[in-house]
Design a protein around this ligand. Structure first.
Ligand SMILES: Nc1ncnc2c1ncn2[C@@H]1O[C@H](COP(=O)(O)OP(=O)(O)OP(=O)(O)O)[C@@H](O)[C@H]1O
Length: 253
């Protein structure tokens, strides 16, 4: 089949346990290359754990992870991070405050032995809409939105094909959130990236994703398309409650 149908990410009965507590209970999932896939569910349902397990940041107790056709072992090697990068919710925690933007962007390039670092750093800044004026700022001198743009630039600088996005805009003000989501959407289209995105905000997921999985207690509750969710074509009360909760929140906000 063509590249459109090739799976970028395939999880088969993926299981994560923390001291016997089952955080992810045999979850299977195929995300096609170029697709944008969402994970939703109440707090503690295992969304972050799924992303973290793929990234090698959570202990896999069973099942398999296949990235671009290649099964992953226990440890993630350098080649893995050329293909898969993660963006975290909190750009304050994920970027060292006393490093310049230049240093933050240089680090992954240096680790992977790139030589044209100057060109790549300038291109990355341009791609996230910041420009070269930001290059020698410290990350503590940036706004939340600028900081998240740098986190995105850092994730993109190795030209991965898959981005794991864990609540990438939840820490931002609504207007800044929209800008960063639009930026991500633009970059995905330009680079034909695959996204797997966690958000507690169903509007963000329906805006950004083609399909989604609803999760509870580390398990899949149901699988929907974004249009199913918009049209409320859901089969489980749990999902209906998530919809009501997100609307109730919006109305009172
Ligand atoms: N390092 C850890 N040690 C022990 N338990 C953990 C660890 N990480 C996650 N858990 C547990 O695993 C479960 C799933 O957590 P996870 O962070 O994946 O949920 P989530 O759906 O992303 O929630 P939220 O929306 O609140 O981020 C929770 O019960 C959590 O307490």
């Amino acid at each position: 089949m063509g590249t459109m149908t090739a799976a970028a990410l395939a999880l088969d009965r993926l299981r994560v346990t923390f001291d016997g507590f089952v955080a992810l209970n045999d979850v299977s999932l195929n995300v096609a290359s170029g697709e944008s896939f969402g994970l939703v569910g109440e707090s503690g349902s295992g969304k972050s754990t799924l992303l973290r397990a793929v990234a090698g940041l959570a202990p896999v107790a069973g099942g398999t992870i296949v990235v671009n056709g290649k099964p992953l072992g226990r440890k993630r090697d350098k080649a893995f991070y050329r293909q898969v990068q993660m963006v975290f919710q909190d750009p304050y925690g994920s970027l060292h405050p006393r490093q310049t933007v230049d240093r933050l962007l240089l680090e992954p390039l240096a680790i992977h032995g790139f030589e044209d670092t100057e060109k790549r750093i300038l291109r990355a800044l341009d791609e996230v809409g910041l420009g070269s004026g930001f290059r020698f700022r410290y990350s503590h001198q940036l706004s939340g939105g600028q900081r998240q743009r740098i986190a995105i630039a850092r994730a993109l600088i190795l030209e991965p094909s898959i981005l794991l996005l864990d609540e990438p805009t939840s820490a931002l003000d609504a207007s800044v959130q929209a800008e960063v989501l639009n930026l991500l959407e633009q970059i995905r289209a330009d680079r034909k990236l695959t996204f797997i995105m966690v958000s507690h905000d169903l509007a963000v997921i329906t805006h950004m994703c083609d399909r989604l999985m609803v999760m509870q207690n580390g398990e899949e509750v149901e699988r929907l398309t974004a249009s199913d969710l918009v049209a409320r074509r859901v089969t489980k009360d749990y999902t209906r409650n998530l919809l009501v909760a997100s609307e109730g929140f919006k109305r009172s906000a």
